[in-house]
Design a protein around this ligand. Structure first.
Ligand code: SF4
Ligand code: SF4
Length: 193
């Protein structure tokens, strides 16, 4: 009963559209997220992404998503403007790529915990809120159903596993290329589109 109440409370929040979660954190991407953004915006992949080094990233991040390149290891993330905002955040604090936004943006600020067989285990508030890294201004809102929410969590888990497999192939087969070699490997370099 306590768990059901907690889940209902977490799912009932209504986004206050303050834009904080589109400014500070680096939004890590899978190649699936990046492909959807390229298809939606018709912009080259290179202008939408950046390869971030460890000094720029959350130290508690996953270990499976490092990309080994000739100049060191990096993670794939959404590019930011000079002021730190996501490139898609408009002056009115709205997402200009809303229909193709990365899955982590769709699920935020909830972390859905699934087991290896994609069975639902629990919901948590995102760590960047619980550790007060950003202040989320969600207010209470209409209850949302877990049923509607779960397909995104399933898709995110499946795409993350597929991304890790792809990175594993790159990291074991390549002798450490550069950014454009990696984008070519993903089928996302300019001359392939
Ligand atoms: S893609 Fe959209 S929702 Fe995601 S961080 Fe950027 S502006 Fe925010
Ligand atoms: S930080 Fe919270 S309230 Fe602000 S835009 Fe993100 S989800 Fe909405």
């Amino acid at each position: 009963m306590r768990k059901t109440k907690k889940i209902t409370k977490l799912l009932s929040g209504k986004c206050g559209q303050c834009g904080s979660c589109c400014c500070d954190p680096i939004i890590e991407l899978t190649h699936h997220d990046l492909k959807r953004l390229v298809n939606h915006t018709k912009m080259p992949a290179e202008s939408l992404m950046k390869l971030y080094d460890s000094s720029e990233l959350n130290p508690d991040g996953e270990d499976n998503d490092w990309i080994y390149l000739s100049y060191g290891r990096r993670k794939l993330g959404l590019r930011k403007k000079r002021n730190g905002e996501c490139i898609f955040l408009s002056d009115r604090k709205q997402c200009s790529a809303y229909e193709a936004r990365p899955l982590s943006c769709r699920i935020f600020p909830i972390d859905v915990i699934l087991d290896e067989d994609y069975k639902f285990l629990d919901l948590e508030l995102s760590e960047i809120i619980t550790n007060k890294h950003i202040k989320c201004r969600r207010s209470s809102g209409l209850p949302a159903s877990l049923k509607k929410f779960l397909p995104f969590a399933h898709q995110a888990q499946a795409e993350t596993v597929s991304f890790w497999d792809t990175l594993n192939q790159w990291n074991t087969q390549s002798s450490g290329g550069k950014k454009n070699d990696f984008l070519k490997f993903l089928g996302l370099s300019d001359d392939q589109q």
